[in-house]
Design a protein around this ligand. Structure first.
Ligand code: GLC
Length: 477
């Protein structure tokens, strides 16, 4: 018997491997692939055709045609390209005025760029004749597509039955614009102002939460946290009011893509069952970073965007104290000037202990995940976080603050868990668990067991993809 597949369209502003600036891209790329693999979904993903999309892929995109999109009083060109990868059909919408520039976000006209993208998403459905059962929108850049569906297109017969799910990957970025732009730029009638207005401005994320059939976040803990002011960046009243249609599903990682047994970036390959070659990875990493080569000195790693909510204030407060111990610190990432300077300063002051690479470098990140012993992620807030899972998969033990997805993926060593955790956002609590971790490291045998535990924790998509299926089914009921 042939079962008809459910039709699923992901709307997102980035997806690996085509274009990635953060965890969002990895999740869009790997979750869509995991769902397509079930054979129960026809999964398609739609993205803007940015200038920065990888050339090796772009050269292979198939041009399908073009049409005009009505954006308020403007008529705007929209080209559509297609590419199929891992059973997932990708569409790329083209408009050079909006997307032929370097950098994905942070342009003065981002509101207009993603309004265009939202309209283009809905018109592309008609153009390629694919009307999904579920349109799954990720983060504020995909909110306009949901808003246009619910305020305008749902009145057309083909769009009437499309259900919309909105996933918050980070509530900090909401897409806020001047109220005066509602009709003139977004082309949304003032009749809907109550859904979109918040704090005197248009708030795209708020509108998407209000008008979605259901909304979710990327971990169960974060779904609870954003009901509170401390985490919600102002949206807690909206989250609470819509709490009945909120759920949290923990992200997974692509365990084939992140596999120490086959990863070509590594100095030597190894598996969870036999971590012996990790010693080679460590030795070569120390050489490469000009750190003293010593198998017994633990390497503590951080791979992160250097921004405040990653908990860098805690690091600044106690790292020099921590470095009094026999430990090496390796940092990789870019971000705010203050933190970039701090890590450069630290590396300058302790050249035998600290290596700081202020760059985005995926090859080096894998060398660090595999060569380090400990991975530090003391975030103030963390919707999910993927690095702690990747580190664990490479047998590198995570030290995290108990927040969001960190809390849901890393459990404390003291109760038989796979890493180390601390509850309060407090520098000396962090220092305390770091020192506890170093004590266990020096116990050798005990450490090997813990590294094995970390490396064998199931971070694959299998469980979470099931939870998304359950959620999709409940929305379609
Ligand atoms: C955002 C969040 C991060 C999460 C990722 C993927 O980047 O900050 O915590 O892991 O999205 O959902």
């Amino acid at each position: 018997m042939r079962v008809t597949k459910k039709k699923l369209l992901f709307v997102a502003s980035e997806a690996a491997p085509f274009i990635a600036t953060g965890g969002l891209a990895e999740v869009v790329g790997s979750l869509s692939k995991a769902l397509a693999k079930t054979k129960r979904y026809d999964v398609r993903v739609i993205l803007p055709l940015y200038e920065d999309i990888r050339q090796d892929y772009r050269a292979k995109f198939e041009y399908l045609g073009n049409f005009n999109v009505n954006l308020s009083w403007r008529k705007v060109y929209c080209g559509v390209f297609r590419y199929v990868l891992d059973g997932v059909t990708y569409y790329f919408v083209d408009n050079e005025h909006y997307f032929k520039r370097h950098g994905l976000y942070g342009h003065f006209d981002d509101g207009e760029r993603f309004a265009f993208f939202g309209k283009a998403v809905l018109d592309t459905m008609g153009f390629v004749d694919f009307y999904p059962d579920i349109m799954h929108c990720h983060d504020w850049q995909a909110a306009p597509a949901l808003l246009y569906l619910k305020t305008e297109y749902c009145h057309y017969v083909n769009y009437r039955l499309i259900r919309a799910l909105f996933t918050i990957h980070n509530i900090e970025y909401q897409g806020k614009y001047d109220l005066g732009l509602l009709e003139n730029l977004f082309g949304i009638s003032r009749d809907y102002i109550n859904y979109l207005e918040y704090g005197g401005a248009i708030n795209l994320m708020k509108g998407a939460i209000e008008l979605s059939d259901s909304f979710s976040t990327v971990s169960p803990s974060y779904a609870q946290e954003i009901k509170y002011e401390y985490y919600a960046h102002g949206l807690h009243p909206i989250i609470r009011r819509n709490g009945h249609k909120l759920c949290g599903i923990l992200n997974g990682i692509d365990i084939d893509y992140y596999n120490p047994a086959t990863d070509k970036a590594l100095f030597a390959n190894y598996s969870a069952e036999d971590l012996a070659n990790k010693a080679i990875c460590k030795q070569e990493l120390q050489k490469m970073l000009n750190l003293p080569v010593n198998a017994h000195t633990p390497i503590l790693a951080m791979i992160t965007r250097l921004v405040a909510h990653k908990g860098l204030d805690l690091v600044k407060a106690v790292m020099e104290e921590a470095l009094q111990d026999d430990v090496q610190l390796v940092v990789l990432g870019t971000g705010e000037w203050e933190y970039e300077q701090y890590f450069k300063y630290l590396a300058g002051k302790y050249p035998d202990k600290v290596a700081a690479k202020i760059e985005f470098n995926s090859d080096l990140s894998r060398k660090i995940y595999s060569g380090a012993d400990l991975f530090l992620m003391p975030s103030k807030s963390e919707p999910c976080g993927l690095s702690q899972m990747i580190a664990s998969r490479y047998g590198t033990v995570a030290i995290v603050r108990e927040t969001g997805g960190l809390k849901d993926s890393i459990t404390p060593y003291g109760v038989g868990g796979n890493g180390f955790t601390f509850a309060n956002y407090n520098a000396h609590d962090m220092l305390y668990v770091l020192r506890e971790a170093l004590k266990v490291y020096r116990k050798g045998e005990e450490w090997s067991k813990l590294a094995f535990k970390a490396a064998t924790t199931d971070f694959s998509w299998s469980k979470s993809a099931n939870e998304y299926e359950t959620l999709y089914n409940s929305i379609l009921k």
